[in-house]
Design a protein around this ligand. Structure first.
Ligand code: PEP
Length: 222
């Protein structure tokens, strides 16, 4: 099966004009594009992804975006629990669990990010995050979650986790779940295929997804 490639643009680019240009150049890859909220209505694709959501449907939650709002824009996927949200915005596993449950109550598909910080034991962190983030989710709903294994120390650092090492984490996830598992963390076109070769179902690409030629190569090489 064709590997699933997800582009996480994070808080980039700075204008709608640039976002449309980037999108038009990479859309033929068929990758899922996670654009900032303000660009989602401008990009026409069945493969649009939000970078976050809130679990409540509406109400006094200034600055938050609901799943109905995303659905109304035609968004099909949402990233939940990205480490940048866990670290900078203090998202807890309890909040992530609520976001997952709210997403699974819609037809959007959640992409759950998990992974250890530098010096932490990957296996233990994966076990704890999966237990807490997936707490109370039915087997049927569980199957709709895409897992992205992203060691925090590898994100945006250029210091990717070698595929042979990442495979150990893939195996500890697969011991518990039968879901699609992606690798993320400083992926580039030279190493993208290595992760597919060791059994990952796809890649979550951050920084390199903003570089048109490199992102196209990442897609071609897998
Ligand atoms: C990410 O944003 O999830 C990510 C993996 O970023 P990068 O590819 O830049 O490390």
């Amino acid at each position: 099966m064709k590997p699933l490639i997800i582009a996480n643009w994070k808080m980039n680019p700075s204008t709608i004009k640039e976002a449309k240009e980037l999108f038009n150049k990479v859309k033929k890859t068929g990758a899922i594009i996670c654009a900032p909220f303000t660009y989602l209505s401008e990009l026409k694709s069945d493969n649009l992804c939000a970078q976050n959501c809130y679990w409540e449907a509406s109400g006094p939650y200034t600055g938050e975006i609901s799943l109905d709002m995303l659905k109304d824009l035609g968004v099909a996927y949402v990233i939940i629990g990205h480490s940048e949200r866990r670290v900078h915005f203090k998202e807890t596993d309890e909040m992530i669990n609520k976001k997952l449950k709210a997403t699974l109550a819609t037809d959007l598909r959640p992409i759950l990010c998990i992974g250890e910080k530098k010096g932490e034991d990957a296996k233990e962190v994966i076990k704890k995050q999966l237990e807490q983030d997936l707490n109370g989710i039915s087997k049927k709903d569980l199957d709709r979650i895409i897992i992205a294994y992203e060691p925090v120390w590898a994100i945006g650092t250029g210091d990717f986790c070698e595929a042979s090492k990442a495979k150990e984490s893939l195996e500890s996830i697969k011991e518990k779940l039968n879901n699609k598992v992606l690798y993320g963390g400083s992926v580039n076109s030279k190493i993208s295929k290595d992760y597919i070769d060791v059994g990952f179902d796809g890649l979550l690409v951050g920084g390199a997804s903003l570089k048109v030629d490199e992102f196209i190569k990442i897609n071609q090489n897998v």
